[in-house]
Design a protein around this ligand. Structure first.
Ligand code: SIN
Length: 537
């Protein structure tokens, strides 16, 4: 069996992974393993931007207040303060890697062109047109691929982490490596490292409709849970209010920045409706906006609502929203003259692997950064564009902690990593089972664990997911592993965590809304599930 050794292994190639790798490369040899091409990440599809205090009429205190308001009582205030205060220095670091944010012309007063999004009381969103994620991804990949201490390994999917407790060793539990599937050859290898950084992003694919790309299958949360990490607040799934509603537009987001520039949400009759739900109208936070749209669609029987940005000139729209203008045009929608049909879709996991601001999890040597982690920044509802900032800040703090603690391959060199056991598994002749179960998990989550929940729907979901996981477990044991089976196993495991977390919360708060407990309880408490150790599937 092939085996590799590095000083640091980073799982994932979005902003959290690449910023982690760039920082760690100053300390030693880093491998970035990523399950498809390095370009494919949630970061690459981010449109809106990265929130940070950039002007004198704004303040960290104000950004903190907006974040806490959106988070509905569940943010960890000290974490919020720390991450947001690190923002300006972190933005400078991003700019130094070559990222170029949009600027205003001299006529407009110069400086960065700051956007506004739901829940922000000030303009503070740095962006690169409406292709911010792509600009970040391209720049960080360029910096990583020219760095001699970073090795990018594509088509390499982590199956599971290897910890000393999983190996049955008596030492203090620590992460020492991982089993990985090399997708192009089907071979399974081991990677050994004293530090593993999980930066694998979220899991929008757990739901039938999502703004996320195909890679977002919640692999990180599932593998960390199986390794014994506590998983926190998984019930808080952010549904982005406005994904393009068109049969051929798979997952295309209409950035909230468009509402920041004055677009109104209107119904089929062209009437604005958000004022009926919140005084902030179309710029209310996402939990309120997504629920309002859901209610409008259900009460009017319409399949979608619309965004109206027709008050802006065609030239302005082409310049500020080039990607949205172009993509809508491809589907026959001229955003300067037509209403844009939109629906909510699963967008962001506010919960995840419980971790400190430096990514430290309960397992020494194992860090979680970015969407896969739950640091306490987002609470029960993430403020738009806070997440790219969190990824970049936490990557920096993680590398600082790793440098302070020191870590070398010698620490794990003596531990023997057993070869992967396939226990007589054979190539599958029943791929259809994977396809079928994949669709069923996602449909079930959409129907029963969506924007509005009830006890009954959650019970239904729990029963179905339990049965599906049983079937997947058998399949996993009988057949040789493939990337598709691993992704199915992960979305099903996380679907179960999500249902269990939602069932445990007997109140409505932020993104978790249930008709059975519509009020917000007096005390905000985290939901923590920590029983995954020993789970093999
Ligand atoms: C958007 O552009 O609306 C998405 C930004 C985000 O989710 O933070």
């Amino acid at each position: 069996m092939d085996s590799y050794e590095f000083d640091y292994v980073v799982i994932g190639s979005g902003i959290a992974g690449l910023m982690s790798a760039l920082h760690l490369s100053r300390l030693g040899r880093v491998a970035v393993v990523t399950k498809r091409e390095a370009f494919e990440s949630n970061t690459n599809y981010a449109q809106g931007g990265i929130a940070c205090v950039m002007t004198d009429d704004d303040s960290i205190e104000r950004h903190v207040t907006d974040t806490l308001d959106a988070g509905a009582g569940l943010c960890d205030e000290s974490v919020v303060r720390q991450i947001l205060a690190e923002g300006p220095a972190t933005i400078q670091e991003l700019i130094q890697t070559g990222i170029r944010f949009s600027e205003r012309s001299e006529d407009e007063g110069g400086g960065y062109d700051l956007g506004r999004e739901g829940g922000h009381t000030k303009r503070r969103v740095l962006h690169a047109g409406d292709l911010t994620g792509r600009e970040i991804q391209v720049s960080l990949l360029r910096a990583s691929s020219t760095n001699s201490n970073i090795t990018l390994i594509e088509d390499c999917m982590v199956i599971d982490l290897i910890t000393t407790s999983w190996l049955g060793l008596d030492d203090e539990n620590r992460c020492v490596g991982a089993y990985v599937l090399m997708r192009t050859t089907g071979k399974i290898a081991t990677i050994r490292a004293p530090v593993i950084v999980l930066a694998s992003g979220g899991g929008g694919k757990t739901y039938l409709y999502t703004s996320n790309p195909d890679v977002a299958t919640a692999d990180g949360v599932a593998m960390a849970w199986r390794a014994g990490c506590p998983i926190r607040n998984m019930e808080f799934i952010q549904f982005h209010p406005t994904c393009l509603f068109h049969p051929k537009a798979k997952s295309f987001l209409i950035s909230e920045a468009i509402r920041g520039e004055g677009a109104q949400l209107v119904n089929a009759a062209g009437e604005p409706f958000m004022q009926h739900y919140d005084p902030r109208g179309s710029l209310a936070p996402r939990d309120i906006t997504a629920r309002a749209i859901d209610n409008e669609m259900k009460s009017t029987g319409q399949a979608c609502v619309y965004l109206d940005i027709r008050h802006k000139s065609p030239a302005y729209l082409r310049d500020r929203f080039p990607n949205i203008s172009r993509t809508c045009k491809r589907f026959g929608i001229d955003i300067a003259h037509d209403l844009i049909p939109v629906v909510p879709a699963a967008h962001y996991f506010c919960g995840g692997v419980m971790a400190g601001v430096d990514g430290q999890t309960v397992i020494p040597g194992f860090y979680a950064i970015g969407e896969v982690a739950c640091t306490g920044l987002h609470g029960a509802n993430r403020l738009a564009s806070n997440s790219l900032l969190e990824s970049a800040v936490c990557a920096r703090l993680m590398a600082r902690t790793v440098a302070e603690r020191g870590a070398s391959l010698r620490m794990v060199k003596h531990i023997s990593l057993p070869a992967w056991q396939s226990h007589g598994a054979v190539p599958s002749d029943e791929e259809i089972v994977v396809e079928h179960n994949w669709n069923e998990v996602r449909q079930c989550m959409w129907d029963y664990v969506g924007i509005v929940r009830t006890n009954r729907r959650l019970e239904r979901a729990a029963r179905r997911i339990r049965n599906l996981r049983e079937e997947i477990r058998e399949y996993y044991h009988d057949y040789l592993v493939t990337g598709d089976v691993l992704e199915l196993r992960n979305i099903a495991a996380v679907a179960e965590l999500l249902v269990r977390s939602a069932t445990a919360r007997h109140e409505s708060r932020g993104l978790h809304f249930t008709l059975d407990y519509p009020e917000t309880g007096p005390v905000a408490e985290d939901t923590i599930i920590a029983d995954g150790a020993g789970e093999k599937v």
